[in-house]
Design a protein around this ligand. Structure first.
Ligand SMILES: Cc1cc2nc3c(=O)[nH]c(=O)nc-3n(C[C@H](O)[C@H](O)[C@H](O)COP(=O)(O)O)c2cc1C
Length: 313
């Protein structure tokens, strides 16, 4: 998708284009004249300068907190861990009471420094730049702290994890045969394959990821049906008896015409024939996918086929 005439830029599309830049997630905080804490979720954070120590974050002029932030003595940037997705959602909602039940401390600027974040930076205002529908807050760092917790990531409107979590790594490296599969969605439909012997439906699977030139591999099987995908995230990793199952969340790149006539077919979410999927673990994974797709908020399942946990993806 290419757009070249500013006068015709579609705001949602431009936001989507900017959203291809993978970032961390922060909560930017301050206190108002009455000592009340305020904060909002932001991924526009950037480091600016080492000497002097400067950083920036931009706040929408339409945000409830905009006037409070520009009038305050300073602000703080709290970088979230991959376990703080709920906190990110909480501070992305407009309004008050965002700090209810939350533990925080303050340093020189008086802005809330949230407990258990990856890093925080306490800042005084250095400069404010009027920039279109946002104000860029440039802060001078007065004090900071950081640790080795895994940071939360954000890209294309979804939270992401930057690496394999320890339970996932343990699961993938344990012995046993391997099944790799892909959950591939397009316009409210999901790609399923009919097994020629049993007649059962399953997401496309193989015993290796491979590439487009190896017909037995997952990517090869998809390529011969005219489907090109990227596999950026692991969606589920679980044990099924002695077999390890790893399902990727596939991002469709291109699709040929052969798909609707071959063993692989896209099924409308509402028209999946669940009785043809003879596997409760696959059913619960697909049900979770459909639920999360509607919220556009994916997580990763790690465990065995009966018990496990979902983690922020
Ligand atoms: C991941 C994520 C990143 C965001 N980044 C920004 C940002 O950089 N600047 C901004 O003004 N709003 C950003 N928002 C939206 C604000 O968090 C949201 O508008 C919030 O309601 C503002 O709070 P307030 O209206 O109570 O001040 C982001 C939201 C999310 C979920």
């Amino acid at each position: 998708m290419t757009a070249s005439n500013e006068a015709e830029f579609d705001a949602r599309d431009l936001r989507r284009a900017f959203g291809n830049f993978a970032t961390g997630v922060t909560i930017v905080t301050t206190v108002d004249a009455d000592g009340q804490p305020h904060g909002f979720t932001a991924n526009s954070f950037s480091s600016v300068s080492i000497e002097p120590p400067l950083l920036l974050v931009s706040i929408a002029k339409s945000a409830y907190g905009c006037g409070i932030f520009t009038a305050a003595r300073g602000f703080a940037v709290n970088i979230l861990t991959q376990d703080q997705r709920d906190l990110s959602n909480r501070f992305a909602r407009a309004g008050a009471d965002k700090f209810l039940g939350l533990e925080w401390q303050t340093k020189a600027s008086g802005s809330p420094l949230i407990d258990d974040v990856v890093a925080w930076f306490d800042c005084e205002h250095h400069e404010q730049v009027d920039a279109g529908d946002h104000i860029i807050l440039i802060g001078r760092v007065l004090q900071y702290s950081y640790n080795t917790h895994a940071p939360l990531g954000f890209c294309r409107s979804a939270y992401i994890s930057f690496g394999l979590t320890p339970p996932m790594l343990q699961m993938i490296s344990s012995p046993g045969s391997l099944r790799v599969g892909a959950i591939i969605e397009s316009n409210g439909k999901i790609l399923l394959e009919r097994d020629p012997d049993s007649g059962q439906l399953l997401p496309p699977i193989s015993d290796n990821v491979g590439d487009a030139d190896s017909p037995e591999s997952l990517l090869g099987k998809l390529a011969s049906a005219g489907i090109e995908v990227d596999l950026p995230f692991i969606y589920a990793a679980y044990h099924e008896n002695s077999r390890r199952c790893v399902y990727y969340l596939g991002e469709l790149q291109s699709i040929g015409e052969a798909v609707e006539t071959g063993r692989l077919r896209f099924y409308d979410f509402d028209h999946i024939t669940w009785e043809e999927i003879n596997d409760t673990a696959t059913i619960s994974m697909l049900e979770r996918f459909i639920r999360e797709k509607q919220l556009d908020n994916f997580s990763t399942y790690v465990g065995d086929r009966e018990t496990g946990e979902t983690h922020p993806a």
